[in-house]
Design a protein around this ligand. Structure first.
Ligand code: PRT
Ligand code: ZN
Length: 225
């Protein structure tokens, strides 16, 4: 049986957000012994369970109420929301706050010799991306339609491999685009990590824990500024 009395927090198991997420929880005073292979870790000093999963699963786990809180990139969250809305769902969650790590931008990038004069030049092109909904929402503002090439990795090699004309992918330093002969032509979404909570009632114990965590995060982030 699942123990519903403990606050359940989902974070990325391994990847760009996992170290910072772990550090933030530790700085909130939550003592966790993360064993590399374990899906779930139990806090030693508070009634909290930490669920360690793929970042893509976190928005759904919160929206579906499987976990109480999640730490995830706004890009992944927003794409999941748009995906569920496209399926006719009305996904609900509470955004507790933005965090001060995981910053990146979702950008359209094209081969270096591509002559770019505005979003209209992208009409009817094939675009490789992991974020079709964010891309569609952005280009719809310009009445631009496009063909998709859905990839969950190696998006940056798609033009060279002849799979797509341009790409839409996350960028932080720009080194990956540069190394693949691509140039950034349009920033479509700016993202950082954020903390989200499921909709619905919380027991007084869980609510008190969430309040405590929020106060501590505020202090931690203020001290880093
Ligand atoms: O295994 P799992 O599914 O959990 O992880 P993942 O491989 O899907 O995600 P991961 O760990 O790469 O990224 C997790 C989150 O970190 C993303 O959803 C973003 O919110 C955030 N983030 C911040 C980034 C980057 N910066 C980033 N630079 N995510 C990915 N990148 C990649 C980008 O896709 C490209 O391949 O880094 C490359 C570009 O980096 P630069 O520095 O060369 O521009
Ligand atoms: Zn992922």
């Amino acid at each position: 049986m699942l123990d519903n009395s403990r606050l359940r927090i989902a974070m990325q198991k391994s990847g760009r957000l996992s170290d910072e997420s772990k550090k933030l929880l530790a700085q909130c005073g939550i003592k966790i012994n993360l064993q590399e292979q374990r899906l779930i870790a139990f806090a030693e000093n508070m009634p909290i369970d930490i669920l360690r999963v793929r970042d893509d699963d976190i928005p759904g786990l919160v929206i579906d109420g499987v976990v109480d809180i999640g730490i995830v990139g706004e890009n992944v969250l927003e794409e999941e929301v748009l995906d569920r809305q496209a399926e006719g769902e009305d996904p609900q969650f509470i955004k507790l706050r933005a965090l001060d790590f995981g910053g990146c931008r979702l950008s359209i990038a094209a081969p270096r010799d591509f002559e770019y004069s505005g979003p209209e030049c992208l009409n009817d092109l094939r675009i490789a991306t992991t974020y079709p909904h964010l891309l569609r929402r952005y280009l719809a503002q310009y009445n631009v339609t496009f063909k998709t090439c859905l990839l969950n990795g190696s998006v940056e090699v798609a033009p060279r491999a002849g799979l797509a004309d341009v790409i839409c992918d996350l960028v932080s330093s720009g080194a990956t685009l540069e190394a693949n002969g691509l140039k950034e032509i349009e920033v479509i979404y700016k993202s950082k990590a954020c903390l989200i909570q499921r909709q619905g009632d919380m027991s007084p114990i869980k609510q008190a824990l969430i309040d405590k965590i929020m106060t501590r995060i505020q202090g931690v982030i203020q001290a880093r500024e």
